[in-house]
Ligand binder design. Sequence first.
Ligand code: 2AM
Length: 169
Amino acid sequence: MRLFIGLTPPSAVRNAIADERDRLHVSLGGKPTTTANLHLTLVFIGEATVQTMQRLCHLLSRIDMPRFDIGLDRAGDFKRGAIVWLGCSAVPGELATLAETLRQALTDAGIPFDALAFAPHVTLLRKGQPVAETLASTIHWPVDSLVLYASESTPDGVRYRPLFHRPLK
Ligand code: 2AM
């Protein structure tokens, strides 16, 4: 299975992100992320065995971090529009610390992951146009849990299935 650890927006936040996705889709084109799949990746692990999945659940259950808020306030892109995303103009310290804590825990456990620099974003569109804009209003996202996801291919496209939730304090 293909695994990653991420954040799931609460439904009101998910709907606000979906509204921005729909607005940007009109001007930028591309293939929209389905509303159910909207998320923020903290660490991408990739192909893993059931045993590694179980170790990840155990590892997550021992992560002891506080809740925090993310303010999504800008739209941008990677690779000239290949990925169009929402992100934050200033990454909250707690978010960076959380990603770093997870990476350190995985390193200590000997579980390999994609070590690319952490660039927190919610993917809205793929194969769109470049964009750089500040949102008219910031989307406030209260983060209260971590999620271990499986990325699965289905006849209807990719689906990110939550496997395990770890509440924050
Ligand atoms: P993306 O949204 O920018 O494509 C599941 O694939 C999630 O993990 C996606 O959010 C994807 O980011 C992210 N991810 C991070 N590193 C990845 C990698 N090396 N391969 C595939 N997905 C990756």
